[in-house]
Design a protein around this ligand. Sequence first.
Ligand code: ADP
Length: 397
Amino acid sequence: MNVLVINCGSSSLKYQLINSDSEEVLAKGLCERIGIDGSRITHTPAGGDKDITEVPMPDHTKAVQLVIEKLTDPKVGVIKSLSEVDAVGHRIVHGGEKFASSVVINDEVMKAIEECNDLAPLHNPANLIGINACTSIMPGVPQVAVFDTAFHQTMPPKAYLYGIPYEYYEKFKVRRYGFHGTSHDFVSNEAAKFLGKDRKDLKIIVCHLGNGASISAVMNGKSIDTSMGLTPLEGLFMGTRSGDLDPAIVTFLSNKLKISAEDVLSILNKKSGVLGLSGVSSDFRDLEKAYDEGNEHAKVTLEAYSYRVAKYIGAYAAAMNGVDVIAYTAGVGENTSLIRGMVGEYLTFLGTRIDPEKNKLRGETVVISTPDSKVVTMIVPTNEELAICRETVRLVK
Ligand code: ADP
């Protein structure tokens, strides 16, 4: 069957049409600047060139309509008609405590997702708009919601509770949820499969290092801890997010800069992390270049970044009382040998040994540790769209 995978943001919509039998991507694309002047759709059929069309998209319904037009276009299309889209899988950011797995979307599910809006005010409403747009353009086509938070719902209370009055958890559900769950689930599964083992028999640490970054401890197939929290701001240094810091910094900076707490949070989300600390870029390709050229800010930033990754790995090794596999994934994890190497230097106490030659590899599933390493260290490319496609098929078949 053909599954249309949709990742809807407030002004963007990413899509992939995947044949679930061959797991081949038939076409993919991006609608940008929805509801803003200068909107455009970039559509790429498999093996074909990018087709960019500037066209007004006042809302997401128009965007979905254009996606279908491109998919069925005589020149750049890959299917004859809308009837060849058998199901739609949506990436939904926050499922709160309501969703511990993916679900087929109906009115009740829509309502429950809406009830989680509070927890992800920028993302969930956009995800709902995307679902509604698909319902109006493709009525009758089954739709599935796949949640970023669901995989981490197996975390025990000792991992998800913050050290604040318990009533805030009871009243407002203030707790750690974690994100990138689809990726942590997919990568830990692929790592076990590649090693010819059952995930249920392994202690795996997944390092999802992309523009957003999080680490998880996956024990016997279940997430028992992860570094992101109530929101994706907690945990590691990221492209533009600060990760962990003293919460008193929020009011301290608010007073010093004479700006609101909301504005400080915006700085912590959008202008911090490796971008803020280095002053160079949020992109690791630029940071590595600056590092090679001897830029001291880039150097300390990459040191601080890898130091924090290593500390989390150490913490999760303790949380699971051991670790069998460390798997690196996402843009930085899959491509940046410098970071993997720097992190590896902290982990020799666990008996990990990285093979410097194998560590030069990128973007493929491969073991980069030496045969005598006590912990298998790997690169495992993530594929969240494929994971959403598989979940969709599982639920609608
Ligand atoms: P997200 O999905 O969170 O936007 P990605 O997983 O696509 O992020 O990762 C994006 C980041 O990965 C880029 O900002 C860049 O820092 C890094 N990256 C991607 N490709 C490379 C590369 N070839 N070398 C080094 N870093 C890379």
